[in-house]
Design a protein around this ligand. Structure first.
Ligand SMILES: C[S@@+](CC[C@H](N)C(=O)[O-])C[C@H]1O[C@@H](n2cnc3c(N)ncnc32)[C@H](O)[C@@H]1O
Length: 190
């Protein structure tokens, strides 16, 4: 696998980049490219994002043509608002309406610390909720129980001790971690 995301994802360059809000963090755009690379390389049709916040990444996943089902979890109910209302996002939705018309999106408000394991199936799970060690470990076990092809973590080596500790345990346990240039997304092929 080519781990330089800039070598991939023509779709991203051609179709999506200009729909970002001008204030979007460049790092975030790069992380999105990494996610597209993983989706494409591992042929992930069903994706789950744990921790959705205002839906920035969710919208990108939603509009990526390969993704046919997207499930997003967040503990806070009010965070879904931006997902629907920010102007740039509405523009993106209109512009790419045909592309994602076949994508089923579900936004679920739940505490992943309280969820029963093993009840779902997703090809790719992105872990990006609470970055405390116990939460990241819980979300990793939850994600594994969903029989994914790939688990991705956001915010590795980005000032989040909990994420770093969990990834370091996994490395010490012999698990191969996929890392990407200039990105704080890391991934594990299951
Ligand atoms: C870093 S933000 C997510 C950013 C988002 N993935 C993005 O790329 O735009 C973390 C989110 O995780 C949510 N969260 C924190 N703890 C959670 C939990 N136990 N269960 C579900 N969501 C949680 C927070 O409410 C917050 O919206």
């Amino acid at each position: 696998m080519n781990t330089d995301p800039l070598q991939h994802v023509e779709w991203y360059h051609n179709k999506f980049r200009h729909t970002y809000h001008p204030d979007a963090f460049p790092e975030m755009i790069h992380d999105h490219r990494v996610l597209c690379t993983l989706i494409r390389h591992y042929d992930c049709r069903t994706v789950c994002e744990i921790g959705t916040w205002n839906g920035d990444t969710a919208l990108m996943l939603w509009t990526y043509p390969l993704v046919k089902r997207l499930k997003c979890y967040d503990i806070h109910k009010d965070l879904g608002v931006d997902f629907k209302q920010e102007n740039h996002k509405l523009r993106a939705k209109e512009e790419y309406g045909k592309m994602f018309a076949n994508t089923y999106v579900e936004l679920v408000f739940a505490d992943t610390m309280k969820m029963t394991r093993g009840c779902e199936q997703h090809d790719l799970v992105l872990i990006d909720a609470c970055h405390e060690e116990s939460n990241v470990l819980n979300d990793y076990e939850l994600a594994k129980s969903w029989n994914p092809k790939v688990i991705a973590f956001h915010d590795y080596h980005n000032g989040n001790e909990g994420v770093d500790k969990v990834i370091d345990y996994l490395i010490q346990g012999g698990i191969k971690i996929l890392q990407f240039k200039e990105s704080c997304v890391v991934a594990i092929q299951i």
